[in-house]
Design a protein around this ligand. Structure first.
Ligand code: NI
Length: 162
């Protein structure tokens, strides 16, 4: 496994629509494994292929430590409710924002072995899956956010209050 560079906002790669994965082979699995290592190293909860410069429809997500998902050619087949929450992105370092997302989704796709899988997620899990799915269509959370703020400035302000 190897760490990959995370593409940052402003790079056109993040704005392209990714193509389907046609065959889940060793090359794809290597990229996915590198993505997991890169996500964990950066202390993220999700990472989509375009964020490491690969324009394929796949992402990894770990909404809580040890609960790891691989999604290849994901499709959100059901969504209901709408709830606002905080989001950040490893491609928009130092910022966070408030984004409305479905409260509950069903998402299907292929797993790391190329086998079909389907999950229903709620709350934060659903938020993560929607955020990562958006990356595959060139959409960043900042496009949908009600507000985006500088997290580092907030930390400094909090320090000053003490
Ligand atoms: Ni992101």
């Amino acid at each position: 496994m190897a760490l990959r560079n995370i593409v940052q906002e402003g790079d056109e790669i993040l704005r392209k629509r990714c193509r389907e994965v046609e065959e889940v082979n060793e090359r794809i699995r290597t990229i996915l494994d590198d993505m997991v290592e890169t996500m964990r190293d950066a202390q993220g909860v999700g990472l989509a292929a375009p964020q490491v410069g690969i324009l394929r429809r796949m992402f990894v997500a770990e909404p809580e430590p040890g609960r790891l998902y691989y999604f290849i050619n994901p499709q959100i087949t059901m969504q209901e409710g709408r709830v606002e929450g905080e989001e950040g992105c490893l491609s928009v370092m130092g910022y966070a924002g408030t984004v409305a997302r479905p409260e509950k989704i069903t998402i299907k796709g292929l797993d790391r072995d190329g086998k079909p899988q389907e999950y229903t997620f709620e709350g934060f899990d659903a938020r993560v899956m929607c955020h990562e799915s958006d990356h595959l269509d060139g959409i960043l959370y900042v496009d949908k956010a009600r507000d985006v703020y500088d997290v580092t400035a907030q930390v400094e302000a909090a320090d000053e209050e003490v």
